[in-house]
Design a protein around this ligand. Structure first.
Ligand SMILES: [Zn+2]
Length: 253
């Protein structure tokens, strides 16, 4: 949630794909290589080999429609994000590369504009009074519209302890239950999360709710006050439900 302004934020998504340079996406060549490595050796006495048909490339997962709605993230905010990363994670960079976690949030607002207006100004956050301001990579609206606020190449402050490696998705609404009960919003949230998860090869178990952040194996923070801090949005029981729905939408193989 963003009301407490600790770690929920927005981000932008480049249409179809805005991958960090080091991301290794699902590609036909990746699939073909794995198939070749695991293919059994052919029997020596078999008839003359025919030309083999190469493995059929897996169909790329189509990105959902994404409305670009970027918050300002210029040079000073990037410098502040690098300084934040140095203080909290020991690495001076604002670049998000090879993300390992997706964190689901809800905004505690009725509309997307309130969330956008919370994240857009680069002012100290209301909880820790640190710069840069909090943000999230995406908003998912009750209508099902997906907004990208921050590039996937940029780190965004949405989840303490995980901002170095996590993509943040803010679902617009006041509770986990409200989002789980809204078919259009839930379908869009699942579609976006599936696309991100498959693009970045993120394990299902690393799609977490904000409230599950402290148990993530990727969680760490050098600042003691941040080491045990989390928010109440998307608790474990609701994320068990969310992940079960996501599991029905596997990645192409
Ligand atoms: Zn949150």
């Amino acid at each position: 949630m963003l009301a407490a302004l600790l770690g929920c934020g927005g981000a932008s998504s480049p249409p179809p794909v805005d991958r960090g340079a080091s991301v290794r996406p699902y590609t036909a060549s990746t699939i073909a290589l794995s198939s070749a490595v695991s293919a059994p050796a052919s029997a020596s006495a078999s008839p003359p080999a025919r030309p083999t048909t190469p493995p059929r490339p897996a169909a790329a997962l189509t990105a959902p429609p994404i409305h670009q709605w970027p918050i300002p993230f210029g040079a000073s905010r990037r410098r502040e994000m690098a300084a934040y990363s140095l203080r909290h994670y020991g690495e001076s960079t604002y670049v998000l590369s090879n993300p390992k976690v997706i964190v689901e949030h809800y905004t505690e607002t009725e509309g997307a504009s309130e969330a956008f207006n919370t994240f857009a100004p680069d002012v100290p956050d209301g909880e820790f009074h640190e710069l840069p301001n909090t943000c999230a990579h995406f908003l998912v609206e009750p209508s099902g519209r997906i907004d990208q606020l921050v590039s996937l190449r940029l780190r965004c402050r949405h989840t303490t302890g995980l901002n170095w490696t996590a993509i943040g998705i803010e679902n617009v609404g006041f509770s986990d239950h409200a989002i789980l009960s809204d078919p259009a919003q839930l379908a869009a949230s699942l579609r976006l999360t599936r696309w991100l998860r498959c693009t970045y090869r993120i394990a299902l178990g690393n799609v977490i709710g904000h409230n599950e952040s402290l148990s993530s194996p990727f969680h760490h923070d050098r600042v003691p006050a941040f080491q045990h801090q989390t928010h109440s949005d998307w608790n474990h029981a609701d994320m068990v439900r969310y992940r079960a729905l996501l599991a029905r939408l596997p990645c192409p193989r």
